[in-house]
Design a protein around this ligand. Structure first.
Ligand code: ADP
Ligand code: G3P
Length: 559
């Protein structure tokens, strides 16, 4: 009799395998880190074979005699998204290292495509829900097709395959038989139409990607995704792979944000915020992404989400530890933050690789501003921690504008949520309660839920919702005037990070923008480029705060 459901959680820095019981409690787990490869500034790679080895290692370790045959009902897979892998269909060998989601080498490719398709940009955005930036898989795949000798010919001949990490793992788990990805991962490639849930021929032509190298798109939850091959992982012989979700979608699912308007924030290396918008794909006009949350079964209507992510959250704390040596460990930051009355006027904008949502400014670079002779290391450390809360607030303000929903509570998870100072500050800056669940492993749990629902291990979503238990809650205390003051200073700090990294002009569009910047009209240049400036954001944030206070949008639901 099946007692457990398993989940592989393949993340940016490590891989986990977890076993959950019917109550969603963790009964066994193992974790292993893998190497981060930095061949050049801005380039980030992983070795796909190492990822596969680590996956087998953690499965073996976690299973390690813990269960008897037949007790594992199915497994789900959740993964770092967008990371791009190409391999040989016959040998199964990777043809290059994986290009990781936060790799910025394809900035020029993205600019060139965007410039070429300036007129069709809005159409492309409407089809994919995404802007043309290096983050997503398409430009990474273009780079591989252009730079790996022989790859284009092999791809056109059907001997080279493309996949995100879910695809790579399933290919290997199934003994190299299933070449699939799910709708949530495919929606992060810039190649899938989020309405038809199919690869979009026009987009493949735009990027020059041969359709034959792409995986089949399947639902996120289905009993027939694939069967594990005992020769690949003996402990999983004959077990069904019944769930696939990109990791942020999985965390949203694991936080049981099943109703439109519910949102979660994950504070890990980066921070990712997702709001369920139901069956409606809300088109963002405020720098957010429209993404597929999940599709529970073939033919089922997909659930869409609005998403905003930032590249540096917990990794800013790591930077303060490793590069600036201001702290010895991340846990210390909480007492350091509390050792000073406030931030002493200091703001840190971690735009180390530009700014992601909602600004999408690859020309931004990190700044520490507001320094005076009064400041100490404690103020700078506090500013590093507070930066995560400000970034999350920027995204949630954009979500309020796009969705017209007033959030009643934010469900939080990820490594940084152990920092109670940060959680309180987040509640204060949002003026909304923030909660963390009793089962903190929401990402793996979401994948386990998707798999368990498909095979009947979990009866339905209503049961999962009843199982969700709040472990802790922080309610806002900060006076409104103070909140607005801090938010406005953060906007000024964001403004100071912009227009720092100048790429060589790429065609007329870019040189026009540079001309505007040179002539001092930088805010005009921002508007012209179609992205909201920080000043425009300040106005929007104040608008959201005032509207919320007046209660005009309170209780409104997504239509
Ligand atoms: N007490 C803390 N205060 C602030 N940041 C923390 C704390 N503990 C861990 N972190 C940060 O959280 C991150 C790890 O979170 P985790 O969810 O494991 O990340 P990921 O899944 O992206 O690898 C690290 O970047 C670390 O700096
Ligand atoms: O592996 P994580 O938790 O850093 O998440 C990475 C995201 O999926 C990138 O979009």
């Amino acid at each position: 009799m099946a007692k457990y459901v398993g989940a592989i959680d393949q993340g940016t820095s490590s891989t986990r395998f977890m076993l959950f019981d019917r109550d969603g409690a963790v009964v066994a787990q193992a974790q292993a880190e893998h190497t981060q490869i930095y061949p050049k500034a801005g380039w980030v790679e992983h070795d796909p074979l190492e990822i596969w080895d680590k996956t087998r290692e953690v499965i073996d370790k976690a299973l390690g005699g813990a269960i008897r045959p037949g007790e594992l009902s199915a497994i789900g897979i959740t993964n770092q998204r967008e990371t791009t892998i190409v391999w040989d269909r016959t040998t199964g060998m990777p043809l290059h290292n994986a290009i990781v989601w936060n790799d910025t080498r394809t900035d020029e490719i993205a600019r060139a495509v965007a410039a070429r398709f300036r007129k069709g940009k809005d159409h492309l955005r409407a089809q994919t829900g995404l802007p043309i930036v290096p983050y997503f898989s398409a430009t990474k795949l273009v780079w591989l097709l252009e730079n790996v000798p022989g790859l284009r010919d092999a791809a056109e001949a059907g001997t080279a395959l493309f996949g995100t990490v879910d695809t790579w793992l399933i290919w290997n788990l199934t003994g190299r038989t299933a070449h699939v990805t799910d709708v949530s991962n495919a929606s992060r490639t810039l190649l899938m139409n989020v309405h038809s849930l199919q690869w979009e021929a026009k987009l493949l032509e735009t990027f020059g990607v041969p359709a034959i190298m792409l995986p089949t798109i399947v639902p996120s939850s289905s009993a027939s995704i694939g069967l594990c091959d005992g020769a690949a992982v003996p402990g999983l012989a004959g077990v069904h792979i019944a769930g696939i979700l990109g990791d942020q979608q999985a965390a949203t699912f694991g936080q049981v944000c099943f109703s439109p308007g519910q949102a979660k924030a994950t504070y890990g290396t980066g921070a990712f915020i997702m709001m369920n918008t139901g069956e409606r794909a809300v088109a963002s006009t405020n720098g957010l992404l429209t993404t597929v949350g999940w599709q529970l079964g073939a033919g089922a209507k997909p659930v869409y989400c609005l998403e905003g992510g930032v590249a540096y959250a917990g990794s800013l704390v790591q930077w303060a530890r490793d590069n600036l040596k201001m702290i010895q460990n991340a846990a210390q930051t909480e007492s350091i933050c509390r050792s000073v009355e406030d931030n002493g006027g200091v703001y840190v904008v971690p735009a180390f690789a530009g700014l992601f949502a909602p600004y999408w400014r690859s020309d931004a670079r990190g700044v520490i501003c507001g320094l005076t002779a009064f400041n100490t290391v404690a103020h700078v450390v506090r500013a590093c921690v507070e930066a995560s809360a400000y970034q999350v607030k920027d995204i949630l303000d954009a979500m309020a504008c796009d969705s017209h929903v007033r959030l009643h509570a934010l469900r939080c998870d990820g490594g940084m949520t152990v920092n109670a100072f940060l959680m309180q500050f987040q509640a204060d800056m949002l003026d909304v309660a923030v909660t963390v669940p009793a089962i903190a492993e929401t990402t793996a749990l979401g994948a386990a839920f998707a798999a368990g629902l498909a095979v009947g291990f979990y009866p339905d979503q209503a049961t999962l919702t009843r199982q969700w238990v709040k472990a802790r809650e922080w309610v806002p205390h900060m006076p409104r005037a103070q909140r607005e003051f801090l938010a406005s200073r953060w906007c000024m700090a964001i403004d100071r990070s912009l227009d720092w990294h100048q790429s060589p002009p790429a065609g007329r569009a870019e040189s026009e923008r540079l001309e505007l910047v040179r002539s001092g009209s930088s805010s005009k240049a921002l508007e012209w480029s179609g992205r909201p400036s920080a000043a425009a954001w300040a106005v929007r944030i104040l608008a959201v705060v005032s509207i919320a206070a007046a209660g005009f949008i309170s209780g409104r639901r997504l239509r």
